[in-house]
Design a protein around this ligand. Structure first.
Ligand code: CP3
Length: 347
């Protein structure tokens, strides 16, 4: 029998939507914190295949999700291109910056990323072997714009101002960086698929800050290029695109990029998205992760409302963004029960 996630991605309307969560392997789980402590630090966890596979499997064992997402990070690609990357405890990622033609020229070519990323491909191979038969393995990468915002600023930024500034002041360098990341992303995702990933997801976490033509040029166009290249190399490969905070521009995004599914953040109303986005195919989303901190009746009510709003078409239940470290693991159990009950399953 075909896996539920693959059926939804192929356009089938299921009575009970399949479920997984962004950042389902993360600090809210005590078993994750224990394995991360064994690894020593976050990047060592990403680059140690046995441990990365272990944390990927932990939420599957605990909750029985319908999909596992490879444990890695979107910033491994800049590192494979030659940028320096480290994580400041309690603050987040830091990278050496790329803002000049010379710094761009010092990066490696896209085809050279595989050596550095080989441990990630090994994690995928372990997972393809060890996951329960009914669970789908999702690979992922950051979308070029989001990855570029970190490479240009050297860190996360609230408004992506350094990347917008480079785009205005030196469009040629900016566009060449986007092209390099686009090519590296095709290489990276294609190798994940060759190693056993069944679906891939593109995370464009900062897509919402691109306005007007910039959204077309740097969110839509790179996604379209990546998806076309992947589907040419791997016919039938399902792709999920996540242009976070795209707002009304979620409408038509699947058609414009060739994505099989669009992931929705919690700022869009599920009723609106059912009419304007799900009309083109599968949608994924979009429970507010804050509800997994607060729990209670609001969590159950909102999970049910989302399932009902999307019940007329293909839907994968997920959060609108990653689960946060302060979430209560018990609330995840409550969320899953609410989704499966709303969909009519015996749980
Ligand atoms: O979803 C999953 O469980 C798969 C693994 C995954 C991680 N990061 C692990 C991680 C995925 C898909 C990502 C994507 C990612 N990484 C994005 C795009 C999605 C999003 O959340 O918007 C971005 C922007 C990054 C970059 C990144 N990595 C930041 C800004 C941070 C620090 C913020 C934080 O949450 O601490 C990370 C670290 C990170 N990546 C953690 C995890 C589990 C926490 C690290 C830890 O254990 O200390």
């Amino acid at each position: 029998m075909t896996k539920t996630i693959l059926r939804a991605l192929a356009g089938e309307t299921l009575a009970v939507p399949p479920i997984w969560m962004m950042r389902q392997a993360g600090r809210y789980l005590p078993e994750y914190r224990a394995t991360r402590a064994r690894a020593g630090d976050f990047l060592s966890l990403c680059y140690t295949p046995e441990l990365a596979a272990e944390v990927t499997l932990q939420p599957i064992r605990r909750y029985g999700f319908d999909a596992a997402i490879l444990f890695a990070d979107i910033l491994l690609v800049p590192q494979a291109l030659g940028a320096e990357l480290w994580f400041e405890t309690g603050e987040g990622p830091r990278l050496s910056t790329v803002t000049t033609p010379a710094e761009l020229a010092a990066l490696k070519p896209a085809a050279a990323v595989h050596d550095h990323l080989a441990p990630v491909y090994e994690t995928v191979r372990i997972l393809a072997r060890e996951l329960p038969r009914e669970v789908t393995l999702i690979g992922f990468a950051g979308a070029p714009w989001t990855v570029a915002t970190y490479m240009i600023a050297g860190r996360g930024t609230p408004d992506q101002a350094p990347a917008h500034r480079l785009l205005r002041e030196d469009r040629a360098t900016f566009a060449a960086l986007i092209d390099l990341i686009t090519e590296a992303t095709v290489e990276y995702l294609s190798a994940q698929v060759a190693a056993g990933a069944e679906v891939v997801k593109l995370f464009d976490s900062w897509a919402g800050s691109l306005a007007g033509q910039d959204f077309e040029d740097f969110a839509v166009a790179p996604a379209r290029r990546i998806i076309a290249a992947l589907k040419e190399r791997h016919p039938g490969l399902p792709v999920i695109a996540f242009p976070r905070e795209a707002g009304e521009r979620y409408a038509g995004f699947a058609r414009a990029t060739g994505a099989d599914c669009v992931a929705l953040d919690q700022s869009v109303d599920a009723g609106w998205a059912a009419r304007h986005v799900q009309c083109d195919g599968c949608v994924q989303g979009n429970l507010d992760p804050a509800l997994l901190v607060s729990g209670g009746e609001d969590l159950v009510r909102e999970a049910r409302r989302i399932v009902r709003a999307f019940s007329g078409g293909p839907h994968i239940f997920n959060l609108g963004h990653g689960i946060t470290p302060d979430a209560d693991p018990e609330n995840v159990t409550r969320m899953i029960a609410a989704v499966r009950q709303a969909g009519g399953a015996d749980v």
